[in-house]
Ligand binder design. Structure first.
Ligand code: PLP
Length: 365
């Protein structure tokens, strides 16, 4: 048996007609940038996130970067970011010229540990960027409390968590602004690159839109030195076709995750921990194992494709060499990097495949 790490096939088979119809609609209209599709998707996605505004942009990195830029976070400012996340979170901060301040995660949830945030705050701190990693919401109450106490912006990185909730409230609706990615592999994925910033703040939404459109408020009038980062009509139409299915596809991911949680019984393996009050959407199912390399090879030899999120923590990446960090500076992020193994998780996994993965992990000695 072969189990891929991720497959789009089951979803594409089911939504084949809807996606082709979306293509035809845009192609027939022959209008590709800034139009009715973008507008319709933005409205639907804002509603889904329970926020007032959604601005479609080119990708998830820009969704975060433009939000920071719109909030005037830049040179001389510090932004608190978890030490365990995808590089894009950090790149958004350094692109706008601000400085990274890493805070360690809670090793059980992989997400930023609110108890460690206050110690990282200085008089230069401007914002906190919680990342709802692997599809699990961060502990938002204490994060919002700290932000309020120190007058900091909160920009949520929701790239892996479309639809996840904390105490019944959707991620993306807590902070001043939130960034989503619709990279094809995300829980809601386009058929190419796409992203969105959501917010409840009208001025901020308008500024993000202007910044992503050459800094113009109306055609050929430029109020900011902007970027070109727009959600094109074709991707907006695909996303609008897929959005009504997101909720049930997330439910299916939870069913798979529950099977893993109930079925995997191996003392060598640490399963992900889900705190009460959080409903995750399982973008990634990450287990931990001290003998990860051996487990990885064991599963790969059985035809099960695995992945690592992420093999090199950000503070040890070459691109951030100048920050002067060394091994040992963020031990929790380093332990996660050295022990995390992501196992197959995607909409449409069959029960046989799920069981095959469970049995293989349980066989590992
Ligand atoms: C995917 C991802 C991003 C970036 O999204 P892109 O659309 O690839 O630019 C940002 N943050 C996290 C946590 C991600 O997983």
């Amino acid at each position: 048996m072969k189990v891929p790490f991720v497959s789009f096939l089951p979803m594409e088979r089911e939504l084949n007609k809807e996606l082709r119809d979306a293509f035809d609609r845009v192609f027939t209209r022959s209008w590709y940038i800034e139009g009715a599709e973008d507008e319709a998707f933005e409205k639907a996605f804002a509603e889904y996130c329970t926020t007032n505004y959604c601005v479609g942009v080119g990708n998830g990195l820009d969704a975060l970067m433009l939000a920071l830029k719109a909030l005037n976070v830049g040179e001389g400012d510090e932004v608190i970011v978890p030490s365990n996340t995808y590089i894009a979170t950090a790149l958004a901060v350094t692109y706008v010229g601000a400085s990274l301040v890493f805070v360690e995660p809670d090793i059980r949830t992989f997400n930023i540990d609110p108890a460690k945030i206050e110690a990282a705050i200085t008089d230069k701190t401007k914002a906190i960027m919680p990342v709802h990693l692997y599809g699990q919401a961060c502990d938002m109450d204490p994060i919002m409390e700290i932000a309020k106490k120190y007058n900091l912006y909160v920009i949520e990185d929701c790239a892996q968590a479309h639809g996840a909730t904390y105490k019944g409230k959707k991620v993306g609706s807590f902070g001043d602004a939130s960034g989503f990615s619709f990279y094809p592999g995300k829980n809601l994925g386009a058929l190419g690159d796409a992203g969105a910033t959501v917010t409840n703040n009208k001025e901020l939404a308008e500024k993000v839109r202007a910044l992503g459109n050459y800094g113009s408020d109306y055609k050929y009038h430029h109020i900011h030195q902007g970027n070109n980062s727009r959600l094109d009509e074709m991707q907006a139409a695909f996303l609008a076709a897929k959005l009504p299915h997101l909720e049930r596809m997330n439910v299916e991911r939870r069913r798979i995750a529950q099977k893993y949680l109930d079925g995997i019984k191996n003392p060598e393996v640490i399963l992900p921990f889900v705190p009460e009050d959080i409903v995750p959407v399982w973008h990634i199912f990450g287990i931990r194992c001290k003998r990860r390399a051996e487990l990885e090879k064991f599963l790969n030899d059985k035809g099960i494709v695995t992945n690592k999120h992420y093999p090199i923590p950000m503070h040890l990446q070459d691109c951030y060499k100048d920050l002067g960090y060394k091994e040992g500076d963020f031990p929790i992020a380093e332990v996660i990097s050295a022990t995390e193994l992501s196992i197959p998780m995607y909409y449409g996994m069959t029960d046989e495949e799920i069981q095959y993965v469970i049995d293989a992990i349980n066989e590992f000695r």
